[in-house]
Design a protein around this ligand. Structure first.
Ligand SMILES: CC(C)(COP(=O)(O)OP(=O)(O)OC[C@H]1O[C@@H](n2cnc3c(N)ncnc32)[C@H](O)[C@@H]1OP(=O)(O)O)[C@@H](O)C(=O)NCCC(=O)NCCS
Length: 206
């Protein structure tokens, strides 16, 4: 397996299916505009099942996990061709994920209800965006490992992989309130192409 040393005992390596439970946990721990959202959800896996797991399963060439002292503490996940990726998920992934949540008896919190709505909406991205920026990405690092340069190394790594694979451009969705992430992405040349009260879409042309 390919891996890249980022620090003492810290590596970025290709994600495998065995990493999926860790990806779900990291996604939940960073889902409240970058902060831990564990106490906002009674369906703890759902956020990662929407925004993290599909990449390790269906786009492993662009899925990387940050491991510090043998513990997964972050990830950077991309899809080279969003349109193709979404077509695969439409057939292979969303039906079984939706089926899993169809008859749950868990008491739902407001954020669970919101996410179930998101799950229902998963499908095709805006063609105007993906024609110009065909790739997209997600990056999350748990709080204890933020702010020491891993995010920079991780996003540069993924952007480079996407560029080498021939991508023309990349976009991402972020919570409108996540100022820290906005500052971070701006450093790598991302600019805002859409903004509303809930989210921003940023993009970068290669
Ligand atoms: C956003 C995130 C990926 C950034 O990774 P990181 O490892 O914390 O960032 P780094 O330490 O690599 O910093 C990279 C650069 O961004 C800058 N940066 C980081 N946090 C910043 C902040 N709050 N304000 C301004 N600049 C910031 C750093 O100064 C650094 O710039 P430099 O190279 O010029 O010094 C990480 O903090 C994170 O996962 N946060 C929680 C989840 C999240 O919000 N994900 C994005 C969802 S859209």
């Amino acid at each position: 397996m390919k891996e890249w040393q980022l620090g003492s005992g810290v590596v970025l390596r290709s994600a495998t299916l065995a990493d999926v439970p860790s990806l779900l946990a990291i996604c939940l721990q960073t889902a409240d505009s970058g902060k831990d959202a564990s106490n906002l959800h009674n369906l703890p896996d759902l956020v990662g099942e929407i925004y993290a797991a599909p990449y390790a399963i269906y786009e492993p060439d662009f899925a990387f996990v940050l491991v510090a002292n043998d513990r997964q503490v972050g990830y950077v996940l991309g899809a080279l061709d969003t349109s193709k990726f979404e077509a695969v998920l439409e057939v292979k992934y969303w039906p079984r994920t939706k089926a899993k949540y169809e008859s749950i008896s868990t008491e739902l919190l407001a954020h669970d209800v919101e996410l179930l709505g998101e799950l229902d909406k998963q499908g095709s991205s805006d063609p105007a965006i993906i024609s110009k920026y065909p790739s997209h990405l997600h990056i999350d690092i748990i709080e204890s490992h933020q702010g020491v340069g891993y995010g920079k190394a991780m996003i540069e790594h993924l952007l480079n992989e996407l560029r080498i694979a021939g991508s023309r451009g990349v976009h991402l969705h972020m919570a409108a309130t996540n100022d820290r992430a906005l500052n971070f992405y701006t450093k790598f040349g991302f600019t805002e192409i859409h903004s509303d009260e809930n989210e921003k879409i940023l993009a970068l042309t290669f």
